[in-house]
Design a binder for this molecule. Structure first.
Ligand code: NAD
Ligand code: ZN
Length: 350
């Protein structure tokens, strides 16, 4: 075991981060040390990279970035008995208290004392990372590390799509960032029929078509509501999956839902949202779900099943892989919007 390792550390309250040598952490009681193989970059990492207002309020410097990972267990902390060194693992990123009302009533993903890996703790963009043993997910050995690292955001997409069933139903997905693209794949694999997908970025619209969207829409050039109504005999879609964080996309998306349909909102918005709730939701009997994180841990079993069965194909969604030393290029690419999921590979000098 080396004493030091490479890690991508946010050291200054400004855009960027540094690749630096830091001590290899040691797992405390109830924790495990993972030898990291692949990490994917999340929109949250980009916010921390860019140091936006949210990051400024939330992140304590210096801190190792990242939370989406796959790797092998290197060492176990005291009291960890159900895991073994060498196991191929990923991690749930919501670290819960276990004793609040939500944790005790089967909803730990919305724990009142929630902490997030790589947001409230040191993260996983490093050669080794410490993770609470409770958060460890044992991966299917058939899933390659780059895809295994993407299971965390895939879980966001799964819960958004499958808040209710989609089989035999037309859906609209607004926003085709990495999670919106994952939602297209999940909706298709789960039997959605027409998959309308709106996104201003042409690169992402093209990816969505490859992944299974049946009609892509540029919301800057076409009227989303008109396109959906035309394509659904005037009825609208049964399901809206809001993945953009754009107020207009949400309002138009709700308009495109047929009365009695449902909307699942995963996106986070920059400030308050304005909506005609009476006409868009209440009087049309729309069921609205707020989605956060993943169900702990049933969603992980679904993600694993989708991938190991080959039912869900990530080959078009994981568009770029970079050796960790090229992390700056990886972040710049994410910023450009011309990517699906971007993965960093940790080669350990091999
Ligand atoms: P992203 O920012 O990469 O993707 C958003 C996409 O929406 C972009 O491609 C953007 O071009 C597109 N967009 C902008 N305006 C639009 C419009 N008017 N119509 C259609 N599309 C439009 O984000 P992501 O990483 O794919 O995540 C999706 C959303 O989910 C984000 O808001 C993110 O913050 C949120 N999120 C929430 C959770 C949670 O637990 N609730 C977890 C992960 C992500
Ligand atoms: Zn709790």
């Amino acid at each position: 075991m080396p004493e030091t390792m490479w890690a991508i550390v946010k050291t200054k309250p400004e855009e960027g981060a540094e690749l630096m040598q830091v001590p290899v952490p040691s797992p405390g009681p109830g924790e495990v040390l993972v030898r990291v193989q692949a990490t994917s970059i999340c929109g949250t990492d980009l916010h921390i990279w860019e140091w936006n207002h949210w990051a400024e309020q939330r992140i304590h410097l210096p801190q190792t970035m990242g939370h989406e990972l796959a790797g092998r267990i290197e060492a176990l902390g005291e009291g960890v008995e159900h895991l073994k060194p060498g196991m191929f693992v990923s991690a749930e990123t919501h670290i819960t208290c276990g004793h609040c009302y939500q944790c005790r009533t089967g909803r730990p993903e919305i724990c009142q004392n929630l902490r997030i890996l790589g947001v409230d703790t040191n993260g996983v963009f490093a050669e080794y990372a410490v993770v609470p043993a409770e958060n460890i997910i044992i991966n299917d050995e058939r899933i390659p590390p780059d895809y295994a690292s993407v299971q965390e955001p895939l879980g966001n997409a799964i819960d958004t799509v499958l808040a209710e069933d989609v089989a035999g139903k037309p859906v609209l997905i607004t926003g085709l960032g990495p999670v919106g693209l994952l939602a297209v794949a999940v909706a298709k694999a789960s039997g959605a029929t027409h998959i309308f997908a709106s996104e201003p970025n042409a690169y992402r619209r093209a990816l969505a078509e490859e992944v299974g969207a049946t009609r892509v829409i540029d919301p800057l050039k076409e009227d989303v509501v008109e396109v959906v109504l035309e394509g659904t005999e005037g009825n609208g879609v049964e399901v809206l999956l809001e993945m953009s964080g754009n107020n207009r996309a949400l309002a138009d998306g709700l308009k495109a839902v047929t009365p009695g349909g449902r909307a699942s909102i995963l996106a986070l918005y920059n400030g308050d949202v304005t909506l005609d709730l009476n006409d868009l939701v209440v009087l049309r009997g729309i069921r609205v779900y707020g989605i956060t994180g993943r169900k702990m841990f049933s969603t992980w079993y679904k993600a694993r099943e989708f991938l190991s069965s080959g039912r869900l194909d990530l080959s078009k969604i994981v568009t770029h892989r970079f050796p960790f030393r090229e992390f700056r290029e990886a972040f710049e690419l994410m910023k450009s919007g011309n990517s699906g999921k971007v993965v960093l590979l940790w080669d350990h000098g091999e």
